[in-house]
Write a protein that binds this ligand. Structure first.
Ligand SMILES: [Zn+2]
Length: 312
């Protein structure tokens, strides 16, 4: 098997975030993340795939099906004349204050990421080989009508919708980012053709600061260690198999690793080898979509370990 990697054009979409009280802090969601992950993926045997001419048009159409009109309009045109950014609680997840500003570069960057997710899904559906949308900004905190947590458009759900348009009737989304994919969870609610399973930290002081147990949600209240983490990933995949899914989207977050500035766990980068092995053992068409992962020193090794297994 070949793991195909799709990388959108580089952007500086999110130079800062805003803390409660208004202080601006430099974003850890930086372009260097992508450079290091790409190095690791290629070293692990993955190959770069070019974008397709119609990916952006398709991504925009699917974004319109996944998200509300007001949200998309705000991302496109929400920054007032003369300003560089806007911070609007009206588009925050329920119960949260907005901490992620919309800057002028957000819309093209978010749409570029969604287009790469579309391309990766098309490669998977049409070639029968796995693909990896190596995107930023990430997407799993973006809900039907909100953005936040560095996320604007839900790339994973857009990838799942693409797989469905290519013939998969039920698609499972496995989210192994440190943080609960609250946006993805909300996007799939009430849709029997999509299933969501997540392994994440359920500590109340981790974004998105609320955890209500439910089907498919495998939260760890403290560091699960490698064996505990892999057991939870196995449970999440078993849950999705029980939903009779025909294809998988995997939201990959390397912020589960030791040293991540947004995480608290102790996992080594190599854990992504067995994670990928558990996924490939399902023998389902699979699209990997980049979510978090901000500890720069760990990214290359984690991506290499994943690619080595996903390319077998
Ligand atoms: Zn995360």
């Amino acid at each position: 098997m070949t793991l195909h990697v799709v990388v959108p054009q580089e952007s500086e979409a999110l130079p800062f975030t805003v803390e409660p009280g208004g202080a601006q802090v430099a974003s850890k969601e930086v372009p260097e993340r992508i450079h290091r992950i790409l190095d690791g993926l290629l070293d692990g045997g993955a190959v770069l795939a070019p974008p397709g001419a119609d990916d952006t048009v398709r991504a925009e159409r699917l974004a319109g099906a996944v998200h509300g009109k007001e949200l998309l309009e705000h991302l496109r045109h929400g920054v007032p004349e003369g300003a560089d950014s806007v911070l609007d609680d009206a588009f925050a997840a329920p119960g949260l204050e907005q901490e992620t500003p919309v800057t002028r570069g957000v819309w093209p960057a978010a749409l570029g990421a969604a287009a790469a997710a579309v391309r990766a899904a098309l490669l998977t559906a049409r070639r029968g080989e796995p693909a990896y949308a190596l995107v930023r900004p990430p997407g799993h905190h973006a809900g039907p009508g909100w953005y936040g947590g560095y996320c604007f458009l839900n790339n994973a759900v857009i990838a799942a919708r693409t797989l469905q348009e290519e013939g998969a009737s039920r698609v499972g989304i496995l989210d192994v980012d440190y943080h609960l994919g609250n946006g993805t969870h909300a996007c799939v609610q009430g849709d029997p053709t999509l299933a969501f399973a997540s392994v994440h930290s359920s500590r109340p002081d981790d974004f998105p600061y609320a955890f209500e147990p439910g089907p498919g949600l495998f939260g760890a209240g403290s560091d699960p260690g490698p064996e505990g983490f892999l057991a939870l990933v196995g449970d999440a995949l078993s849950y999705l198999r029980g939903q009779d899914v025909e294809a998988l989207v995997v939201s990959v977050g390397y912020d589960v690793l030791a040293g991540d500035p947004h995480g608290s766990w102790s996992l080594a980068p190599e854990v992504f080898g067995p994670v990928a092995a558990l996924v490939t053992e399902q023998r389902l068409p699979t699209v990997f979509v980049q979510e978090g992962g901000y500890g720069l020193p760990s990214l290359r090794g984690a991506a290499r370990a994943l690619a080595l297994e996903a390319s077998r």
